[in-house]
Design a protein around this ligand. Structure first.
Ligand SMILES: Cc1cc2nc3c(=O)[nH]c(=O)nc-3n(C[C@H](O)[C@H](O)[C@H](O)COP(=O)(O)OP(=O)(O)OC[C@H]3O[C@@H](n4cnc5c(N)ncnc54)[C@H](O)[C@@H]3O)c2cc1C
Length: 475
């Protein structure tokens, strides 16, 4: 069967005459790049090296006015639109073949008001940009665990990481957004302005327009938090996973502990004889007082006979970057994901079997620990419906050579299929690869039909379809 992830790079693309391009450029503050322009290849390159697409035009926007122009130009010229925030999405929707990319990567400003504890964030900012500004005031907003991820895509899909159990999903902290809709008009979405749009963009992804600014509620945190890794031999994984699950069932919201299973990378704190061997890692963070954190993590840290325990006080902004070296751009990646209410014995057996068959040194299974404050929000309060899952598994196949594509993708799919009967049935749209469009409706569950209504109102002709697409109601 042809692999839908792999697309030919040499697709023929539209070209525009000098007058048309010149008029567009004159109307912009930013820059328009066609395939012949310097910087075109760099601008069409994203985090996942599997994605090799050739847009007709890339508009590097520097403000909302550029975004409005770019949307109108694309609609008038019937060009498919792709929107690029941080360029991290696994499905590669930040770039399209033969369409127009609205590239927001130059719009990186983050403004913090420490008095009202709010931040205004442009859509090209990364999590590192956001953390740097907010942590300068001892403030934070919950986001994800890899600091080079874009705030924009992460927020619009939901967003969870180390402090989500304490403060909620990223969207639970979104107060308002400025958004250019398919008619090229800049609108504001908040609880009091266009509330239907505000509901939809909190989990509904890039379906409703291009967000040009986010306003977040911040929380006091750190700057030091208790965080780090406890690394165990994989042989103990079955017993440890069961104990882990028993313990975290009653930990406070401040404590989050993810599980990572993979071959040990050559980290300086791991004895050399463990490098390249399967390990199970407990990665934890306590979002509160350091001494309380010692108490809350004690039982987890007493488990088994770890190879290393490097849990200790760390700057929160530094801990947010802890996994960056393992998740750097440029590798080939394919993901599969399930939500779990619990890790049942059969689910654990499936996971362990897959770790014994890892196809490469960078392939891994992440089990994200959610719940807490994020789980106490009603499933229909925002478009993000799956509030009762306690774990989000991400099967993360990652490799370098195209010759390994089949082995790595097959491994990921096989594990996904075997785990499906034990999973919750919902899915996180931000972890879905390009070939999962049929899963979008199930991912939104009861919220899908309301999303489709909002889509019909703001994007009736589905101009924003390079995403985990919600089709307009009635279309
Ligand atoms: C290494 C890695 C680690 C990750 N870890 C986490 C994690 O811990 N927690 C978590 O929740 N997620 C995590 N993710 C998933 C991440 O949330 C998604 O990949 C997200 O889409 C990335 O956003 P981006 O802006 O970087 O991506 P992009 O590829 O630029 O954008 C993704 C999509 O979002 C939409 N979009 C982006 N910007 C805008 C905008 N301004 N207006 C409208 N639509 C827009 C578009 O549809 C676009 O196709 C991780 C991803 C990676 C690659």
């Amino acid at each position: 069967m042809a692999n839908p992830v792999l697309k030919p790079a040499d697709t023929a693309i539209h070209t525009f005459d000098a007058a048309t391009l010149g008029a567009l450029q004159t109307a912009l503050r930013g820059k328009v790049l066609d395939a012949s322009a310097d910087g075109y290849d760099e601008a069409r390159t994203i985090w996942n090296a599997m994605i090799d697409r050739r847009p007709a035009l890339i508009v590097r926007c520097v403000g909302a006015s550029d975004v409005m122009r770019a949307v109108r130009f694309a609609v008038d010229n019937q060009l498919p639109i792709a929107v690029r925030g941080g360029g991290h999405n696994i499905a590669g929707n930040a770039v399209c073949d033969d369409g127009l990319v609205i590239d927001l990567s130059q719009m990186k400003s983050v403004r913090v008001d420490p008095i009202t504890q709010r931040a205004w964030v442009e859509p090209g900012a990364t999590l590192a940009d956001l953390d740097k500004e907010t942590q300068s005031f001892g403030l934070a907003v919950p986001t994800g665990i890899n600091s080079t991820t874009g705030v924009a895509g992460l927020t619009l899909g939901g967003g969870f990481g180390w402090i989500t159990r304490k403060f909620g999903l990223t969207i639970d902290n979104l107060l308002s957004a400025d958004i250019v809709t398919a008619d090229g008009v800049l609108r504001r979405a908040s609880a009091s302005e266009n509330p239907d749009l505000f509901w939809a963009i909190r989990g509904g992804g890039g379906n409703f327009g291009v967000v040009t600014a986010f306003e977040f509620q911040l929380h006091k945190l750190g700057p030091q938090v208790l965080a780090g890794l406890v690394v165990h031999p994989f042989d103990d994984a079955e017993r440890l996973l069961k104990e882990y699950q028993r313990i975290i069932a009653s930990v406070p919201d401040e404590l989050t502990c993810w599980v990572v299973m993979r071959k040990a990378p050559p980290l300086p704190f791991l004895p050399e004889e463990w490098h390249g061997r399967e390990v199970m890692v407990l990665a934890m963070c306590y979002a509160g007082d350091l001494a309380q954190g010692e108490k809350a993590t004690a039982e987890l840290r007493k488990l088994g006979k770890p190879i290393a325990d490097v849990v200790g006080p760390n700057p929160f902004a530094g801990w947010q970057q802890a996994f960056d070296p393992l998740l750097a751009p440029g590798a080939r990646n394919y993901w599969k994901s399930h939500d779990f209410i619990e890790l049942s014995d059969p689910a654990i057996a499936v996971l362990l079997q897959a770790v014994r068959q890892l196809p490469g040194p960078e392939c891994e299974i992440f089990i994200g620990h959610v719940g807490g404050a994020a789980g106490r929000v009603a499933p229909d309060a925002t478009a993000f419906p799956q509030r009762s899952a306690h774990f989000v598994m991400n099967v993360h196949a990652r490799w370098r050579e195209a010759t390994m594509d089949k082995a790595c993708i097959d491994w990921s799919r096989k594990l996904f299929d075997a785990a499906a009967p034990h999973a919750a049935g919902t899915a996180y749209i931000n972890f879905m690869p390009a070939d999962e469009s049929s899963r979008v409706q199930a991912a939104y569950g009861e919220n899908y039909s309301r999303l489709a209504q909002v889509k019909r109102r703001y994007d009736p002709t589905n101009q924003f379809r390079m995403n985990q697409n919600v089709t307009p109601a009635g279309s």
